[in-house]
Design a protein around this ligand. Structure first.
Ligand SMILES: N[C@@H](CCC(=O)N[C@@H](CS)C(=O)NCC(=O)O)C(=O)O
Length: 136
């Protein structure tokens, strides 16, 4: 099977795209980011409709060329496909305990979204600091 660089279609003001971008940064995935300008309604273009018929962002094209949608599903895929820097423990009990608590790593991806910042580094720094404090 041919493998290419994964592609993320998203927009910097999209909270759902941010979650995926943070996950990709944490995993250190080399990917291509293609911007879909929501203010210009580019998500509604015929060209983007061919990529993702739901016409939402984010869309993630895996290195095998498969389309994934829904930020949570994409993040869970990333955690399985790129096992470094795991978001959740492998042990099923520990995993269930972490998912049940409001302070789990996946919930950080959801909650710590910048409201007015375009700087993913500060978000990522926060993410790392807080996840370390939770796991320690
Ligand atoms: N539940 C989806 C939400 C996707 C979504 O609603 N994305 C917004 C941006 S955050 C969007 O594409 N809006 C454009 C539109 O609805 O036309 C996810 O988590 O990926």
């Amino acid at each position: 099977m041919t493998e290419n660089k994964p592609v993320l279609y998203g927009y910097f003001r999209s909270s759902a795209t941010w979650r995926v971008r943070i996950a990709l940064e944490v995993k250190g995935v080399d990917y291509e980011h293609r911007f879909i300008n929501l203010l210009k309604k580019e998500q509604l273009s015929e060209e983007y409709k061919k990529v993702n018929p739901t016409q939402k962002v984010p869309s993630f094209i895996t290195k095998e060329g498969k389309l994934l949608t829904q930020s949570q599903a994409i993040i869970e895929y990333l955690d399985e496909a790129y096992p470094n820097e795991p978001f959740l423990p492998k042990d099923p009990t520990e995993r269930a305990l972490q998912v049940a608590t409001p302070k789990n790593k996946l919930s950080f991806l959801e909650r710590w979204l910048p409201r007015d910042s375009r700087d993913s580094r500060s978000v990522l720094a926060n993410f790392r600091v807080r996840t370390v404090s939770v796991t320690d």
